[in-house]
Design a protein around this ligand. Structure first.
Ligand code: ST9
Ligand code: ZN
Ligand code: ZN
Length: 327
């Protein structure tokens, strides 16, 4: 992989669109703070947020990018519909970028490389042409499983009609048509503010959760356990765990639903038989990995690690700096 960063080519169309979105969303905040939103519109936006979040977390992320569980056709159709409401690119493109992100994390081949700073990893990467390494390394990622799914191929084929309809038109038209919300208020609040909140929450996983938090599972990587991001994204901020064990459908070690509503959703789907073959990691494997590569948090942890795993550690990471952290 080349270590250099070529001159960035700004995509002015995207810069303009995102500026306009933010201006409309600020209007949405104004209408909200001045209590000009109908209570039914407020509930409508909560519903859309829940649906689109599940489309991203349980759908595009845990099901399609990582194959951490399997889903029946009705669940795949439902999640694909929810993911379309989120308007974060079609599932195929979303998962392709995400697989490259995991394979080449925080390098030039990572679409939202966090080594290039907070803004780039947050939203800057959507305002410039991709680094050539993203495209060349991305070609090495196998996408045949998604290409074989007719639900996803249908979404991809009609995405430019489906996404604006599900994410922009219907969210604004329904409050106006069904309970007489002012159309401009509905556009700014139910469409633009909802969309931008959901985008910024998602982007925080790529920016904040790659910069701030603890690293109990692997201290040698940037992704960290970020509680705030976890609560904002229904369980996607336990990012040190997720990058260490990406195949776990929980995307976190613990079974707690409070900071991980997407796990609750997948468990519910498993109860009714729509989700199956849920993959996870045994507590023993997690513990062994924590001792080997995690950040020892107590003195006894360090001692235990030194007795049991030290030779293995030295063999893997012969680095005096890392050893110091544990002594
Ligand atoms: C958005 C996505 O916001 C957010 C994703 C976040 C992921 C977070 C993950 C964290 C975990 C989950 C957290 C969930 C939390 C949810 C909580 C909710 C509350 N491999 O892209 P192009 C090739 S989207 C292989 O145009 P440019 C390919 O041949 C926001 N090949 O590159 C492609 O053609 P095609 C809305 C690749 O020209 C061709 O290159 N969307 C790969 O450099 C051209 O690709 C937007 O705003 C690859 N990875 O343009 C759209 N990539 O596709 C913004 C590309 O036909 N995007 N190729 O196969 C764009 O305008 C452009 O992509 C660009 C780059 C300007 C950014
Ligand atoms: Zn990540
Ligand atoms: Zn992931």
């Amino acid at each position: 992989m080349s270590g250099t960063t070529p001159k960035m080519e700004i995509v002015w169309m995207n810069v303009t669109l995102f500026c306009l979105y933010h201006i409309a969303a600020l209007n949405g905040i104004y209408y909200f703070l001045t209590l000009q939103i109908h209570w039914k519109t407020f509930l409508w936006v909560c519903l859309l947020q829940c649906l689109s979040s599940q489309g991203i977390t349980s759908g595009a992320h845990r099901l399609w990018s990582h194959r951490s569980y399997k889903a029946t056709l009705p669940l795949r159709c439902f999640l694909c519909f929810c993911q379309t409401i989120a308007f974060q690119n079609d599932v195929y493109e979303w998962a392709r970028d995400h697989r490259v992100h995991h394979k080449y994390t925080d390098s030039n081949a990572d679409p939202h490389n966090a080594s290039r700073g907070f803004f780039f990893s947050h939203m800057g990467w959507l305002l410039v042409r991709k680094h050539p390494d993203v495209i060349s390394k991305g070609k090495t990622v196998d996408m045949s499983d998604l290409e074989a799914d007719p639900v996803l191929m249908f979404q991809r084929k009609y995405y430019l009609i489906l996404a604006p309809l599900c994410s922009f038109v219907l969210p604004a038209v329904i409050p106006w048509y069904c309970w007489g919300e002012d159309f401009y208020v509905s556009w700014c609040y139910a469409t633009m503010l909802r969309y931008l909140v959901s985008l910024h929450f998602t982007w925080l996983v790529n920016s904040a959760a790659h910069m701030w938090g603890t690293k109990p599972y692997d201290r040698n990587i940037k992704p960290a356990e970020n509680i705030l991001v976890s609560y904002l994204t229904m369980g996607e901020g336990w990012h040190n765990y997720h990058h260490t064990f990406p195949w776990d459908y929980k995307a976190a070690e613990l079974d707690k639903y409070s900071g991980n509503l997407s796990t609750a959703f997948i468990d519910l789907m498993a109860k009714i038989g729509w989700a199956y073959d849920l993959k996870t990691v045994s507590p023993d494997m997690v513990k062994r990995r924590m001792r080997r590569t995690g950040t020892a948090t107590t003195k006894s942890d360090s001692k235990e690690y030194q007795q049991e795993d030290r030779p293995l550690f030295i063999e893997r990471y012969c680095d005096s700096k890392n050893e110091k952290q544990l002594s």
